[in-house]
Write a protein that binds this ligand. Sequence first.
Ligand SMILES: [Zn+2]
Length: 690
Amino acid sequence: MTTATKKKATSAGATNNPLLAPWRGPFKAPPFASIKPAHFGPAFTQALKAHKREIADIATREAKPSFANTIVALEKSGTLLTKVADVFFNLSSADSNDALQAIERDIAPKLAQHQSAVLLNRRLFQRIADLYERRDALGLDSEALRLLERTYKSFVRAGAALDSKSRKRIAEINTELATLGTAFTQNVLADEQAWHMMLDGDRDLDGLPPSVRDAAAQAAVQLGKPGSHAITLGRSSVEPFLQYSARRDLREEAWKAWIKRGENGGKTDNRKIVVRMMALRSEVARLIGYDTYAAYVLDDTMAKTPAEVRKLLDKVWPAALRSARSERDALEKRARAEGENFKIAAWDWRYYAEKERKARYALDEAEVRSYLTLDNVLDAAFDTAGRLFGLVFEARPDVPVYHPDVRAWEVRTKAGEHVGLFYGDYYGRPSKRSGAWMSSYRGQHKLAGSVRPIVVNVMSVAQGAPGTPTLLSFDDARTLFHELGHGLHGLLSDVTYPSLAMTNVMHDFVELPSQLYEHWLSRPEVLKKFALHEKTGKPMPERILKQLEAARTFNQGFQTVEYTASTLLDLELHSLEDTSGLDVDAFESEVLARIGMPAEITPRHRIPHFQHIIGGYAAGYYSYLWSEVMDADAFAAFEETGNIFDRKTANKLKTFIYAAGNRQDALDAYVAFRGRPPEIEGLLRKRGLT
Ligand SMILES: [Zn+2]
């Protein structure tokens, strides 16, 4: 369950399984070259056995429970399991193959079963509960007290305090949910891999700028069809196509395939899986004492209740709808001006929005891209970390990586102190699941000396043709900053206990460090210095900077509607008190009709491929918006000083947010940084919804 320590969990010396041997290379990073899929099975078996033994040992101790012999011992347990699982799940997300997928189907339910056995262990819970009752008399410092409270709460929330029959049922459900969740994710990947569209000749490429053509050529190479062009269902392939392709018929075809992921009938259809998962989740919630799964999840967040989330959404939704409607009218006018007489359809929106943007702000996305090479944007993101937090990123080609596309950097303080290791894995490929994320190969803690983290950022940017730089859209560049924001939340972590470290915070707080970091990208101070033209090396001209600033809230109605619609689907789905008779299609249509969803916009994620809510964001997709209230308000703290790199503000940000993990309550942490709770006005202004 957590990372840690010096306890010898195994006697791995005799084995030639690299997952079980000590890692001796630079920074003790995983020796990827020697790790083969076949190593995972035996490594998991041994690691599970070791952790079981450790847990039994803690639970059955004769000695009276103490913080050290119970809570710290628990933190130190499972070292090997964490080490193996970190490597496995990172690889199965970023560079999967049939062998890893088969292992995942096998191991996911076993891990769930194991985790249930730990969290529902009665004797272990009794020791934790005993300590919790006496917590004020134990003489703990504030971080230790926080850990005890969080540990107690996580056991209670897992069902540890229930009778044995309920505990047994919860364990069964968790195991089944793990199997279903794995199937769901693999089905989406299978649907994405199963579809591509070949573009034959100039007629099919009509409207596509050189960068999108190059990316399509690269995608064709990856599909084994060099010399042609292909569009795939990766966001970085299909979105630019929808934005630029003048071929309305092809746009419709691509769009329909995109929104049907997980809903194509047959073996990869996710609708039945969703129905079963919702029934199981709602059963768990009731067993633990909540009316709905949403109420259960939200009880352990900043928002606390579904009603609080709705309050925020109610402020945003009508304003977003109003903006989206007037955006649609403008797009329809634009289409008519071009001699078209159809109503804008969902597959037209991005295309005409691009034209509208060009006409209204003279802003040309393709021109913007030519200033945003991947390397320039990385330099900008690293430099920002230097100016805010005094960090230096040094490329380390000697560090082993898991795929030739991956690059490694050592992160140090300006004084030369080691902070952590950072992997960047930016190019899309069929073996990678879609989306962008941050994860880690090693957590930070201080239970065995100072253990520093290994953090990874993964994106799916379309790689430039050989010999040409990879160009990012402004959105891609923003995503890169976003993920590095999460990365810094991991790298700067400075806490004692692994369970409180890095991004182990409440899920409606975790997007604050990432979304806040995006703000620096859009600032002229940063763009002028780093957005250099791919060919001439000239800085982005004042004209484009002004255009970008003017167009900042362009299409925000659309973006807010597509995001918030998914948020509402998530919240409504997990607020069902009775899930019997759930029909995913009917449910989705009914919710969208009720909220007045414009026909021209589709939710950013439809339920059959909504991976966030199958993974860790169930009843939690609102978190981005909740965190955005804070990020808009937090960036204003810098603006108010007149210096977006203000030293004093940056130091507070580091101490109370980026380095602090879950050391204190999220709202308290925010107030410690800002001096007051967050205010929503910044968010509405940022999105142009006031
Ligand atoms: Zn994020």
